[in-house]
Design a protein around this ligand. Sequence first.
Ligand code: AMP
Length: 216
Amino acid sequence: MILILLGPPGAGKGTQAKLLAREYGIPHISTGDMFRDHKARGTELGKKIQAIMDAGGLVTDDVTNALVKDRLGRPDVGPGFILDGYPRTTAQAEYLEALLQSMGRHIDRVLSYEVAEELVVERISGRRSCPKCGAVYHVSANPPRAPGVCDREGAALVQRDDDRPENVKKRMQEYADKTWPLKRFYQERGKVAEIEGVGTPDGILAATKLALGAAR
Ligand code: AMP
């Protein structure tokens, strides 16, 4: 099963992707996580993309496509995979289409998480994560037991640079300009299932599974 998760930053794609990956036993591929990992490790790629990412801009299509091509060359994608945060531009979607075709595979479903802009801004600004284990919290909606401290690791939680208010605006603009048109791109191919991205993670997962069941 090959799934793509679409939706604005803060729509809960990462949370759903993790739950779906566990549910179906297939890898969760997040280009954002892969880029953050390069940044944290200080690789050549990490240094190259740091400034763009921190400012909330998009990494170039060539760099992103190459990263995805490499990832989809690994054997664990055999049973399927979940793409979260990719594609984000029409050029990336076209590249992916050709890449999958060359692999003799195709996208099963594009899950479009629908959330009002005010709500995503609120979600993003309260988001905090653990630098050690990657667990994600929200200061009010999903707080850790002790404020600012990871339940599992005891590490001080941090805010992603691109989640700072000055960068959130830029990310929302990039989404509106470049990623929003992808919904139409996939609608034209009959792939889109819309899901109300409001509620608890488990409730949204149930809606997602219903949409997948109805579609398959
Ligand atoms: P995310 O965690 O998906 O919100 O991604 C965080 C950041 O990584 C984005 O704001 C971009 O700077 C970069 N990024 C992730 N995925 C892509 C992509 N498909 N194309 C370009 N840049 C990306």
